[in-house]
Design a protein around this ligand. Structure first.
Ligand SMILES: Cc1cc2nc3c(=O)[nH]c(=O)nc-3n(C[C@H](O)[C@H](O)[C@H](O)COP(=O)(O)O)c2cc1C
Ligand SMILES: [Fe+2]
Ligand SMILES: [Fe+2]
Length: 416
């Protein structure tokens, strides 16, 4: 007899997912030093539906199999595999599960079906659903579907179980980070809450930020539902206060619609210390106004963490020297990610040293186009900064900090 590793959400509804600890990067790009939870669920009526799968990663596929076994569910018993979102972190196991449970029907949207074909070559036994469609599992369990396109891919939908009023929300309301002994918000000790705040924001900035308008639209779409629990495909399950995670996501989605928190994210790089000398002057200026600073040196700090702090801060300070007629390459890469992830509406200051021709500033100007940034007079200087230039740097820091200071904080939902 296997020990029970599943967690009951409601009668006949269980979490059957896996927590992944790995050196791998999420999506092959984002570090996950705290791992990630691949949440998967099962709903048992007369018919049995799995909602989300896992990928074969850090033992997750075996964990899912063990979890089903511990519920005495055999593969033949599975009637439906609901795939809310086709990204392989949730669906990598589809091929194998189709072999194990060949009669199970895959439930997905029209666009999802095309991806099931593309990724897995599966074209039969697929049930295509759209917003408003229902699937009666018997014994009072009924699934209802709603499309939420582009949160995070075009085919994404959510699944609502009408009896328990649980919303299986896919990547929406998700987070990086493994569960630390409990999957529910209301069992999370206060001491672990800042862990989740940080990992949720970093997940949002890295994965979801580009799609903020669609997040707000999805929240509107779901407004009519009575939701007792939100069960995303990563991170905590929100049972005590599902409204808290909705409010957090509304706040995050507004961070690139308007100026964010009255804080400054300082991102800098330097080869030989000249830009660094100016950095210290700029920091002195910011400190005079007592605005919170997030300080990141590139490439030493991974862009994943830079993005999170840049996304939540109303102020952005970029310090980068010239390298081969352009900007110091790791900074250029960070700014390209800022473009991609819509790190918009910032008060921005730039400074950097050059040797003869310059080039970093020119790159900064082209990379900051269409970012809706309010840019202060940049400070580009030759070699080591002069005393006069250092004074200008201190003044630049003070000026951006005084502007950022007056932006009202959007955080009203710290507690969960
Ligand atoms: C690999 C390398 C490439 C450089 N390319 C340029 C260049 O194309 N144009 C220029 O004006 N300065 C160039 N420089 C000079 C630096 O921009 C200059 O030394 C600057 O002061 C470096 O700032 P830092 O001390 O903050 O690294 C280059 C320096 C290095 C090491
Ligand atoms: Fe995704
Ligand atoms: Fe995901």
């Amino acid at each position: 007899m296997l020990k029970i590793t599943v967690i009951e959400l409601s009668e006949d509804i269980y979490w059957i997912g896996a927590n992944i600890h790995t050196e791998d990067l999420f999506e092959g790009i984002w570090p996950i030093p705290n791992g990630v939870a691949l949440n998967a669920y099962v709903v048992k009526g007369e018919k049995i539906a799995l909602i989300e799968l896992v990928r074969e990663w850090g033992g997750a596929a075996q964990t899912l199999i063990n979890n089903l076994e511990s519920l005495s569910i055999s593969f033949d018993d599975i009637d439906y595999i609901v795939l809310n979102h086709l990204e392989p972190d949730h669906t990598g196991f589809t091929n194998m599960l189709k072999l194990l449970a060949p009669n199970a029907e895959i439930v997905t949207t029209q666009k999802g079906a095309a991806l099931v074909d593309g990724f897995f070559g599966i074209t039969s036994n697929i049930k295509i659903v759209k917003t408003g469609d229902e699937l009666d599992l018997g014994k009072g369990k009924k699934l209802k579907f709603a499309e939420i396109p582009n949160v995070h891919w075009p085919e994404t939908m959510v699944t609502y179980e009408e009896d328990s009023k649980i919303l299986f929300s896919s990547d929406a309301f998700g987070s990086f980070g493994v569960h630390k002994g409990c999957i529910f918000d209301d069992e999370t000790p206060d001491s672990n809450k800042s862990y989740w705040e940080d990992e949720m924001l970093r997940y949002y900035a890295n994965i979801v930020a580009t799609f903020s308008p669609m997040v707000l639209k999805a929240i509107d779409t779901l407004a009519g539902l009575e939701i007792k629990m939100i069960a995303p495909s990563h991170g905590l399950v929100w049972r005590g206060n599902p409204g808290a995670v909705i409010n957090k996501y509304i706040r995050y989605a507004n961070y690139n619609k308007d100026y964010a928190e009255p804080e400054i994210c300082v991102v800098w790089g330097s080869m030989y210390g000249n830009t660094e000398t100016m950095l210290n002057a700029v920091l002195r200026g910011i400190a005079k106004e007592a605005v919170p600073i997030h300080l990141h040196r590139v490439p030493n700090v991974d862009p994943s963490f830079v993005l999170a702090d840049a996304y939540k801060s109303a102020g952005l300070v970029i310090g980068a020297p010239t390298y081969e007629y352009g900007m110091f390459p790791p900074m250029k890469y960070n700014l390209e990610l800022f473009q991609k992830k819509h790190i918009w509406y910032k008060k921005v200051a730039f400074f950097g040293s050059y040797g003869w021709s310059g080039g970093a500033l020119k790159d900064f100007e082209s990379l900051s186009e269409r970012m809706k940034w309010e840019i202060l007079d940049p400070l580009s200087f030759k070699g080591h900064p002069t005393s006069e230039e250092l004074k200008q740097g201190e003044e630049l820091g003070r000026k951006i900090a005084s502007q950022v200071k007056n932006i009202p904080s959007k955080i009203k939902d710290e507690e969960f």
